[in-house]
Design a binder for this molecule. Structure first.
Ligand code: NDP
Ligand code: 8X3
Length: 268
């Protein structure tokens, strides 16, 4: 005989907490939304493709999310970022966890042959976009005396690989910004974490190669890459430590990757 459950979302690890996830329409952001839903969070989901976010909402509620609110947002647009954060409904303003995940790579070319538009898109999204969202959200965390910022870095930020200098530079910048934010927040209870994965199989390579799915598939050929859920697990772990514990950095790769340059690729 089954007993009716008296567990409410408030009893779950993130019960009642508001998590703002940028780039939640795909890959790591979407996996994070799912794992945070299972942990009972209230999900504030942002991306340019809001239709995708809306399509995820029912499943996220069914998985355990206390509530879900979607926002169309291009993090490169400073004014839009400010307006979206300032204009949040009252019930969604007290953001507990910010996941600065929106990001992308474009192109894989030598610096002296690369496309300036690709560079600008990466820098505007991965560096300036992250800064705009941080600037808009973190003052509220300081005021409320609670909060956790998780930024998506990469092993690419630790070691540059050929033809990837600008993407790698954006992730190196992310590491330095995360470090600086942690220093600047010292003396407040707000925590700051960078999660730095190696290769993860998402839409990342398809976006990098401007929609060329064949070329994207080759990136993962012959090895077992990380999955978005592996990264979401690490993020969930970091944000569910006791309040006095700040996980500064998590670096994770698949067992088939040693660093930005060394992979174990099987040929058959
Ligand atoms: P995906 O391409 O699957 O997802 C990227 C997400 O970012 C999408 O939801 C996209 O949403 C969003 N995004 C991109 N540009 C913008 C923008 N201007 N404004 C708002 N949202 C934006 O890639 P991943 O999940 O792999 O990437 C997520 C993060 O993880 C990135 O920061 C990436 O650099 C990092 N990372 C990825 C690794 C990998 O190998 N995949 C490894 C290490 C780090 P939309 O297009 O709807 O706006
Ligand atoms: C994404 C990982 O190595 O493809 O940040 O650049 S990598």
């Amino acid at each position: 005989m089954t007993k009716s459950s008296s567990i409410s979302t408030r009893d779950l690890p993130l019960g009642g907490k508001i998590a703002f996830i940028t780039g939640a329409s795909s890959g790591i952001g979407a996996a994070c939304a799912e794992s945070f839903a299972r942990a009972g969070a209230r999900l504030l989901l942002a991306a340019r493709r809001e239709d995708r976010l809306r399509a995820m909402t029912a499943d996220l509620r069914a998985a355990g999310a206390e509530d879900v609110h979607t926002i169309a947002l291009d993090v490169r647009d400073k004014k839009q970022v400010e307006a979206v954060v300032d204009g949040l409904p009252a019930a969604w303003r007290a953001i507990d966890i910010l996941i600065n995940n929106a990001g992308l790579s474009r192109g894989l070319e030598k610096v002296y042959e690369g496309h300036v538009d690709d560079w600008e898109e990466m820098i505007d999204t991965n560096v300036k976009g992250l800064l705009y969202v941080t600037r808009a959200v973190v003052p509220g965390m300081v005021e409320r005396g609670a909060g956790h910022v998780v930024n998506l870095g990469s092993t690419a930020g630790h070691m540059t690989y050929p033809n990837g200098a600008v993407y790698c530079a954006t992730k190196a910048a992310e590491n330095r910004i995360t470090e600086g934010l942690r220093e600047d927040l010292l003396g407040t209870p707000v925590r700051v974490t960078t999660i730095d994965p190696g290769m993860v199989e998402t839409e990342f390579s398809k976006v990098r190669f401007h929609g060329d799915e064949g070329r994207a598939a080759k990136v993962y050929q012959g090895l077992t890459p990380l999955q978005a859920e592996d990264v979401a697990d690490a993020i969930l772990w970091a944000v569910t430590r006791p309040a006095h514990v700040n996980i500064a950095q998590v670096v994770l790769t698949s067992v088939d990757q040693a660093n930005s340059l060394l992979f174990n690729r099987r040929t058959n």
